[in-house]
Design a protein around this ligand. Structure first.
Ligand code: C2E
Ligand code: CA
Ligand code: CA
Length: 933
């Protein structure tokens, strides 16, 4: 209904029109403000209502006497009703069309409109007959119209929507309605039926019609009772009250009319006709009221409140009494004195019972309320009693008036011992009493000085103070005190965790950095007053790999402990991550201290660690950096790191002090690493292949894949240079995967081009690559992708695998070998490998290192010859195939053939060649081999 103010401001008239057209009620033309729109129809309805009431009063006055009725009394009495009846019906139908109302209410009004229309029609016909001087027969069509009114009106009354009610309430409603209907029914029966009974006559239709009216009245009565006793929605309440008044007036009028008629006392224009008029006017007013209510914003239905209106509660008793009296009247129509006394006495008794019941109900309500209050107070008590917070009520002058029981737990003082004492006794200093009892505290705040526990220790607390001096129940301050000591401890722990290494409890990188910065800030003027030592355990990864992480962790803890003992008390030891530690030396540093400290550290590490029964020997590389002028923490750490790498490169287990020249070396190393990391993406890697030849048949049985790095500026970087770096920085893993795939691809291409289908490829695999969890899957993928069988692939691993006893990796190799891929032990003889261990290893092929072949002579006399012979014989004895590497001379080939070595590889046969030249090379190789055979 409220017209949006913005639509008046819309600049485009068309838009405003369109909006108005879209609204469901285009009733008001655009000038009115929102308030007036709401007000105008309400005023219109009020005027109409007042006019109706005036009309009814005038009518009543005419009937009773003060105003003379002009003309025929019957015509006027009935005729005056006609327009009002029509108006009431029209208004009811109008309400039924009001879309602001809910569907149920509208349906009820539609029925009411129909009922009122029937009644109006009946009245109009009666009036017309009266004007025409016609005496209507009985029964007549008018009776049909009037009788039809009752069921429709009943339907309307029960159609009004009601607030949903509990089952018990619905039951009570049924009883109440029954009392109304039975009590009222007795009255109707006595007043109407028993009076009309003897005169019903023989005409069944006339008899039925005669009975129809009182039955209709009963119907009205039950509808009335239902609608009254049910709880209506707020927006219907006033309209419904008016409506029910109208129906009640009609009911009373009907009864009165029956009684009067039966006694021959009624003639049209009788004063009771005023009730008739009243019922119609009330219906019209109800319709107007409903329209007004519809204009108001819809409110949510109020919750079902138990019916407390005494008037409504009493109505059933009124009916009870009326029915009772009617019965008595029926028994004794003369209404003797005795009957009246009897009736009065029993009515009085009944009234007493009712009164008693009302008092009881009231008392019941009061008790229920009291109980609810007590329960809430008890709940509050229990909350206070069980809360871990202490609640104090303190008078404005600082005397404790109330203390909750939790004070015994938190403060060590019982609640009773606190009451009456001054608050100062609890606080650590008097100043805080005044600061505490102020009204301007917002929320919880920490009491800086804390509270004193009875045993004297200090409690960290947080307080909330509520100024309740104006509250008559308190007249003071309510202070809630929460013990936050634990929280403090927890926070401290958290802070410690944030700044310390969880394993060793040493400072972490963050705190170390912080300490360096603080030290620098304090001693800016004195270069050389601070030294940063960075330490890295040598080959720590091996400890982790071979003995497991638990042992590795234990070693780190012990290292931390030894470091702490090696430094002076004021110095900081930190674990920077992994196996990297830092030491910050400050406070009165003399020139020798950094180096002597580093020396102490090296010595501390020299003793073996005894962990879980394992004896572990470790060394550490240390880089030292003294602060130059204007250094930052980052610079000191970076320089110390450079020095540390220098120490490692120079042979580990040493310390090195930083020198400016080291920067350059490091920068070069970093640049090299950066270049390497981009090699794959830039396509700078290629493979070359070198044939491995069967010494007996002269056939090429396999090719060793050898990686090449062609860098645009660095040129051809030899694998011996970049492979170790790739291993160090972990780049070997992606690079190795690429090599594996590429080698398989090139071999598959050779097969496709017609080479020996049994030709295999030998791929070098570094330990780091083998440690990657996905290695076995990579191998399988490479073979599958290029349609090769496992026997087409040989993996070359170095002896170092065996030296370092990587049991996990050996197991992994064994699993791969089980699929049919062959394993070759590369560079055999350069490490500590012993022939005795060979049979425990998952190996198929042994490659004797070039160093032995180099010294091999054709005379078969000297020691190298004996070694090679031994390797070949022992290897073959345990089922290995033997490859001799680095065969550069024919004499070497001949000697190897004489010893009985299986295969040979070397420049004498062929240098590693590009894939495009492989077939040609294989052919040349075999020609050469056959030529000497
Ligand atoms: P390696 O596995 O022992 O490979 C054999 C090396 O000896 C190759 O050097 C090869 O060119 C060279 N060679 C072959 N025949 C002769 C000869 O008659 N005389 C001499 N003096 N040398 C010969 P390259 O290609 O420079 O490789 C050096 C090392 O780099 C390899 O030694 C291997 O450890 C590593 N490497 C090469 N390619 C790869 C690879 O693809 N993956 C891995 N992980 N390492 C590789
Ligand atoms: Ca190799
Ligand atoms: Ca080798």
């Amino acid at each position: 209904m409220i017209r949006p103010t913005t639509s008046a401001d819309l600049p485009v008239p068309g838009a405003a029109l369109a909006r108005r057209a879209a609204r469901p009620f285009p009733r008001e033309r655009g000038h009115a403000t929102g308030r007036r729109v709401k007000w105008i129809p309400r005023r219109r309805e009020s005027i109409l209502g007042a006019a109706l009431i005036g009309y009814a009063l005038l009518y009543a006055a005419a009937l009773i006497g003060p105003v003379a009725i002009p003309g025929d009394r019957t015509v006027m009495a009935v005729g005056a009703l006609v327009p009002i009846r029509c108006l009431a019906a029209a208004l009811a139908l109008l309400v039924a069309r009001d879309r602001r109302l809910d569907g149920d209410t509208r349906r009820a009004w539609r029925l009411l409109g129909a009922a009122a229309s029937l009644y109006a029609a009946g009245t109009a016909v009666t009036a017309a007959a009266a004007v025409g001087g016609l005496a209507l027969p009985f029964p007549s069509p008018v009776d049909a119209l009037l009788l039809a009114f009752y069921p429709v009106a009943f339907a309307a009354l029960v159609a009004f929507p009601a607030v949903p009610q509990a089952r018990a309430d619905r039951l009570r409603l049924m009883f109440d309605v029954a009392i109304w209907v039975v009590g009222g029914g007795i009255v109707v029966w006595v007043a109407v039926l028993s009076a009309a009974g003897p005169h019903l006559g023989d005409d069944p239709i006339a008899a039925a019609t005669t009975l129809g009216y009182p039955l209709g009245d009963l119907m009205l009565l039950s509808g009335l009772a239902t609608a009254t006793l049910r709880q209506s929605f707020p927006h219907q309440r006033r309209a419904l009250t008016l409506l029910l008044g109208g129906i009640a007036a009609l009911f009373v009028d009907d009864i009165a009319w029956s009684v009067l008629s039966s006694k021959g006392l009624y003639a049209p224009g009788h004063p009771i006709d005023a009730l008739w008029m009243a019922s119609t006017v009330l219906l019209a007013l109800a319709a107007l009221e409903q329209r007004k209510a519809a204009a108001l914003p819809r409110r949510a239905a109020s919750p079902a409140v138990p019916m407390q209106r005494l008037g409504v509660t009493l109505v059933p008793y009124a009916f009870l009494t009326a029915g009772y009296w009617a019965l008595l009247a029926h028994l004794d129509p003369t209404f003797s004195m005795q009957t009246i006394q009897l009736a009065a006495g029993s009515t009085g008794l009944g009234a007493l019972v009712i009164g008693r019941q009302i008092v009881g109900l009231r008392e019941n309500g009061r008790l229920l309320r009291l109980q609810a209050e007590r329960e809430s107070a008890m709940r509050f008590e229990s909350i206070i009693r069980n809360a871990s917070d202490v609640v104090l009520v303190v008078t404005p002058d600082g005397t404790i008036q109330y203390a909750s029981p939790s004070s015994a737990r938190m403060l060590g003082r019982s609640a009773t011992s606190l009451v009456g004492r001054p608050l100062d006794g609890l606080l650590s200093s008097e100043a805080t009493v005044n600061s505490l009892l102020r009204s301007d505290h917002a929320g919880a705040f920490e009491l800086p000085a804390g509270l004193r526990h009875a045993d004297g220790h200090r409690l960290d607390v947080e307080c909330t103070v509520a100024d309740l001096r104006d509250d008559p129940a308190v007249r003071g301050f309510a202070i809630t005190i929460r013990d936050v000591t634990e929280r403090r401890v927890y926070q401290g722990r958290l802070r410690h965790q944030a700044l310390h290494d969880g394993l060793t409890q040493l400072a972490n990188r963050h705190l170390f950095h912080d300490r360096i910065e603080r030290a620098l800030a304090q001693r800016t003027a004195a270069p050389g007053q601070i030294a940063v030592l960075l330490l890295d355990l040598d080959d720590f990864r091996k400890v982790n790999d071979s003995l497991g992480h638990a042992t590795g962790d234990a070693v780190l803890v012990h290292v931390g402990e030894r470091l702490r003992q090696a430094v002076r008390p004021g110095d900081t030891v930190a674990r920077l991550g992994g196996d990297e530690f830092g030491v910050l030396l400050e406070h009165g540093l003399d020139a020798d201290e950094p180096r002597s400290c580093a020396q102490r550290i090296l010595e501390a590490m020299a003793a073996p660690f005894d962990i879980f029964g394992d004896r572990i020997e470790l060394s550490v590389s240390v880089g030292i950096r003294r602060n130059p002028r204007d250094a930052t923490a980052d610079e000191l750490m970076r320089d110390a790191d450079v020095a540390m790498y220098d120490a490692k490169a120079g042979g580990k287990g040493r310390f090195v002090e930083f020198e400016e020249a080291m920067h350059q070396a490091v920068a070069m190393k970093l640049a090299f690493e950066a270049d390497l990391r981009q090699g794959l993406a830039r396509g700078e890697f290629t493979l070359q292949f070198q044939p491995i030849v069967d010494l007996t048949s002269g056939r090429v049985r396999s090719l060793e894949a050898l990686v090449r790095w062609r860098h645009p500026e660095r040129g051809n970087v030899p694998p011996a240079t970049f492979i170790p770096v790739a291993e160090e920085i972990g780049y070997i893993v992606p690079l190795g995967r690429w090599i594996l795939l590429r080698a398989c691809r090139d071999l598959a291409a050779l097969h496709a081009a017609g080479s020996d289908p049994d030709l295999a490829v030998s791929v070098n695999v570094s330990v780091r690559q083998l440690s990657a969890p996905e290695f076995a899957a990579d191998v399988a993928t490479a073979l599958e992708t290029h349609g090769l069988r496992p026997r087409h692939l040989i993996l070359e691993v170095t002896e170092s695998l065996m030296i370092d006893d990587h049991q996990g990796l050996i197991d992994e190799l064994a699993r791969i070998r089980a699929t049919g891929v062959r394993i070759a032990l590369d560079d055999f003889g350069t490490g500590y490998s012993s022939l005795a261990y060979l049979n425990r290893l998952p190996v198929d092929v042994l490659k004797i290192d070039r160093a032995f072949i180099d010294r091999l002579d054709d005379d078969g006399q000297d020691e190298p010859d004996a070694v090679v012979t031994a390797i070949v014989k022992v290897g073959q004895a345990i089922g290995l195939q033997i490859v001799a590497e680095g065969v550069e001379r024919e004499s070497q080939r001949a000697r190897l053939a004489a010893i009985g070595c299986d295969f040979a590889q070397g420049y004498w046969y062929a240098r590693p060649v590009d894939p495009a030249d492989v077939q040609k090379t294989i052919a040349a190789c075999e020609r050469r081999a056959v030529a000497v055979a």
